[in-house]
Design a binder for this molecule. Sequence first.
Ligand code: 5AD
Ligand code: SF4
Length: 470
Amino acid sequence: MSTMTTDQTAGAAVDRSETETGRRKLFVKSYGCQMNVYDATRMADVLAPEGYDETGEIAEADLIVLNTCHIRERASEKVFSELGKIRELKMERAAAGRETLIAVAGCVAQAEGKEILRRQKAVDLVIGPQSYHRLPEMLRLAKAGPVVETDFPVEDKFDHLARPSNAKVQSRGVAAFLTIQEGCDKFCTFCVVPYTRGAETSRPIEKIIEEATYLVQAGVREITLLGQNVNAFHGLDENGAPCNLSALVARLSHIPGLLRIRYTTSHPNDMTDDLIAAHRTQPALMPFLHLPVQSGSDRVLQAMNRKHRVRDYIDLIARIRAERPDIALSSDFIVGFPGETEAEFQETLDLISEIDFASTYFFKYSTRPGTPGAEMADQVPEDIKSERLARLQKLTDAQRHAYNAAAVGKIMPVLFEKKGRHPGQIGGKTPYLQAVHVDGPDHLIGSEALVEITGTSTNSLFGCLAEQIS
Ligand code: 5AD
Ligand code: SF4
């Protein structure tokens, strides 16, 4: 399961009005993980042939899609407060004679289904993450009254998704996401993903290569392969033979123009030797690994049903570092899992100190209905969770600052992705996923150049161009 939890809005404003073009406007807001960001782009792709152009302005949208996240209570509840505001907008537009359709997609849609219609009557369509290829048909039905579509269909949604235009791919930037695996069979006791995204499935190799080739031909230079359990990937190749993630990476690395490959999110138990070795042997595979461990206590790990011990994780990291000493490591942690004692929390702090992560994501345990964790005795009080979170944050902030500070003086290849915040600045990423800003020309966007790192700020690095390399 993936982490970088920013709210994202797909789309750039389009100036033409509906009356001029006969086209309508679509606003998609995504919550939660990168897979939702990817899904949002694919929903826009499926709706483009239906006459929908994306807009960044919610007030001018004829169709508003909230692509939701159910991973923690706060993420789920955000949706209902947002829907309250959208309802007002729908009423204002109706008063001006303009129709607005409201769709709730993603994991809250899957988990709550009809309950969403009960809580917010302005919603026209509730559609689960496995069905968004059916959006056009469902929207037609929704014109006649609210529709809920949360079945896990037998057909593969990816076979029914329209391709984006080259211009559309380019507007989304040089770093793209590509879902290769979905769902999870691990059933960690805190997690809703096995219920909202369903059983683990992998896409066929041929389809992934086709999509990646298409993206790269349109200008994409970095692809992050996505999956809730991406390193458990086991897609079939053209001959029907199973192919794992390292074999897929090797195949993708032959695509001319694809400079960087990343993958997320992985489970420690699926880190195979060949995948570890690929971090040394495949130059396009970036030296960054997000490998959530969740806790530093064996008792808590067992209660979480993680199926490995702390020692296994430490040994695994040692094996990974033996192959790729410079690899940057990142992890997720949950604080205040039911029954977590002060001593067990201290074990988490000890593990973090021992591993020395480049970055970490941490969350207060949030009770999710339907998961075994919700039934456990000894729920940890909120104030204790908050206090532990603050201590964990202090430690991990210090680690991240030290990691970034160690980059100063080094020369690294940076893939430039966009203009910087200030005129004349461009922004990109190091191989270790650190954001870097330099003074440089816009034409470098989409290529790698060597940068000497000269300084750091809270969340990014500064540097100056050393020499262009591609
Ligand atoms: N409460 C808090 N954090 C959770 N995560 C998953 N489920 C929960 C929950 N119920 C965290 C895990 C996971 C990340 C995506 O979200 O750390 O790796
Ligand atoms: Fe959730 Fe665990 Fe599956 Fe990750 S491995 S998606 S945390 S159940």
